[in-house]
Design a binder for this molecule. Structure first.
Ligand code: GLP
Length: 249
């Protein structure tokens, strides 16, 4: 059974998630940690920065792995996944470049980038802790509904919902059509998974993930098969979750 933690609001979600990441690092200072882009984890990153600085947490041996990137973009594009992580975490915490493994969405040909990331991931020995947001269609990274479950790093054609939602990340319209992402094989091989969601807009997909069967139609539902997964969801996103499955905080 996955652990499902329901928290009153986004602030609490962010604090709890950041504390979990910090305690993981304290137990395993050389952890390989994969952190998602997107809006959901921004509060967590804010808290993480504060805790690391205030408590002088040593993160110098941590390897930070990027979950995904829009094909055609790198860190120079405001709104790209790497730009977001640079701005909200890597730069404020002075993370050394050699401790970051991230997709270059501008690599040409792009499939070489899949090979590079898969090779580097193997060298690292996989992911210890992964923090995942959840797309409006239940995607994880850019593993869209019905994506193959046997993939490592791979390129995905984005579905209509993801393309529509993408406009929120960019100041001017950006015609995205593909994403490059760690595959479900890599994600589900992580030692520990934390998946977070907040806000009413995520309540319908959260209901499908938690109450429905684990199925590739809704990639995030497959997390339920993992031995060490925790969903941390705020009350708005959890409004259709039955009381019996809840762990209230
Ligand atoms: C985006 C990203 C994911 C992210 C997810 C949820 O498209 N590819 O890395 O976790 O969708 O995004 P958000 O947190 O903005 O809702």
């Amino acid at each position: 059974m996955p652990k499902i933690t329901i928290v009153p609001d986004y602030q609490k979600l962010s604090v709890i998630t950041a504390e979990k990441i910090v305690s993981y690092i304290q137990q395993k200072p050389d952890a390989v940690i994969c952190l998602a882009g997107g809006d959901t984890p921004l509060g967590t990153y804010q808290q993480l920065k504060t805790i690391v600085k205030e408590r002088s947490i040593d993160i110098s041996q941590v390897t930070f792995v990027g979950l995904d990137e829009w094909v055609g973009m790198n860190e120079t594009v405001k709104g790209s996944c790497r730009y977001t992580l640079n701005k909200h975490l890597y730069k404020p915490l002075n993370i050394a470049e050699e401790n970051i493994l991230f997709f270059n969405g501008k690599a040409d040909p792009i499939h070489h980038e899949c090979k590079r990331i898969t090779y580097e991931m193997n060298k690292l020995g996989g992911i210890n802790l992964i923090l995942l947001g959840i797309g409006m269609n239940g995607h994880l990274g850019f593993n869209e509904p019905n994506v193959s479950m046997d993939e490592y790093a791979h390129v995905v054609t984005l579905d209509a919902i993801t393309r529509k939602v993408s406009s929120k990340y960019f100041a001017t319209p950006y015609p995205v059509s593909k994403g490059i992402t760690l595959g479900m094989k890599t994600i589900l091989s992580a030692d520990k998974i934390i998946s977070i969601a907040n806000g009413t807009k995520k309540s319908t997909i959260i209901e499908k993930i938690i109450n429905g069967a684990a199925s590739p139609d809704v990639p995030a539902s497959l997390l339920k098969n993992h031995q060490h997964v925790e969903f941390i969801i705020d009350e708005k996103a959890a409004k259709y979750i039955p009381n019996s499955t809840e762990n209230f905080i």
